[in-house]
Design a binder for this molecule. Structure first.
Ligand code: SF4
Length: 264
């Protein structure tokens, strides 16, 4: 993997999520290379070959954070802050050290257990929180859709360690791929380890998008019998598959008194 320095992108940018004002993406690109990733549609490099890092991330953040009041900064929107190269390049670690120094906290989304390395830093922040995302019950199927992330059990183990350390934890079941993702067993695994579980269906904007091009090839080659059904559901937001799944999840939420945040 080639790691190049990027000097044209700001590190601290307005956050796309409703409940956060700013986000920090320590890398540009993500070597995890999940084939369904929406960020692939704006990729600046081939994530299989090259990832960009910000020049002097700590210096840039020190300057940027002077201009805003202490708050929770989101990490994990366009890139996984704990993708494999973080073990060597420590861009995320450097960002967390500046957050702590300046009185900021963070909310992190990852698919990696490398985050456990930074438990002590997260514990020192005001109410830092970590979310881990999973989407597959079967790791052989997972590997067809996700190139490099660690397996589901290892992510659950990381979540467990963070929770035992007193970090606030949540989880994403994302993306739910129709007829492939079995949501209920995933909820069973996550419920004891999280305060809230967010659930999102696979969302593809256009057939010409890179993430759909990738997923379509996987469906054609690995799931030829399901391909047409899955295609139909993905491009029909009010399909009965989604309606039924949503109702099933609402029933689980009511019966088991779980905090599910359902975006189906
Ligand atoms: S880990 Fe997240 S950001 Fe990275 S490729 Fe997968 S979905 Fe995209």
């Amino acid at each position: 993997m080639k790691i190049s320095t990027c000097s044209h992108r700001p590190v601290l940018v307005p956050c796309r999520l409703e409940n956060r004002d700013y986000q920090v993406d320590p890398y540009i690109g993500c070597e995890h290379y999940c084939h369904y990733c929406y960020a692939l549609n704006q990729a600046e490099t081939d994530w299989d070959k090259e990832i960009l890092i910000h020049k002097d991330i700590a210096g840039q953040l020190r300057k940027g954070l002077k201009k805003i009041s202490p708050q929770k900064l989101y990490m994990g929107y366009y890139t996984d802050p704990y993708q494999p190269c973080e073990a060597e390049y420590r861009q995320t670690r450097k960002a967390l050290e500046v957050f702590l120094e300046k009185g900021f906290s963070t909310s992190i989304l990852t698919k990696s257990d490398l985050i456990v390395r930074d438990t002590e830093l997260l514990k020192k922040m005001d109410n830092a929180s970590v979310s881990v995302s999973i989407a597959f019950n079967d790791n052989r199927i997972r590997q067809q859709f996700e190139a490099k992330p660690i397996n589901t059990e290892a992510r659950i183990e990381a979540l467990s360690k963070l929770r035992k350390a007193g970090i606030k934890t949540s989880a994403l079941i994302c993306p739910v791929i129709p007829y492939i993702t079995d949501v209920k067993p995933l909820i069973d695994m996550l419920a004891p380890l999280t305060d809230v579980i967010w659930i999102y269906g696979l969302s593809i904007e256009k057939r010409s998008d890179q993430n759909w091009q990738n997923v379509e090839v996987i469906l054609k080659t690995q799931f030829p019998d399901l391909k047409e059904q899955i295609d139909e559901v993905i491009f029909s937001k009010d399909h009965r598959y989604w309606t039924q799944l949503r109702q099933d999840l609402l029933d689980i939420q009511r019966d088991r008194q779980l905090n599910l945040n359902i975006h189906i």
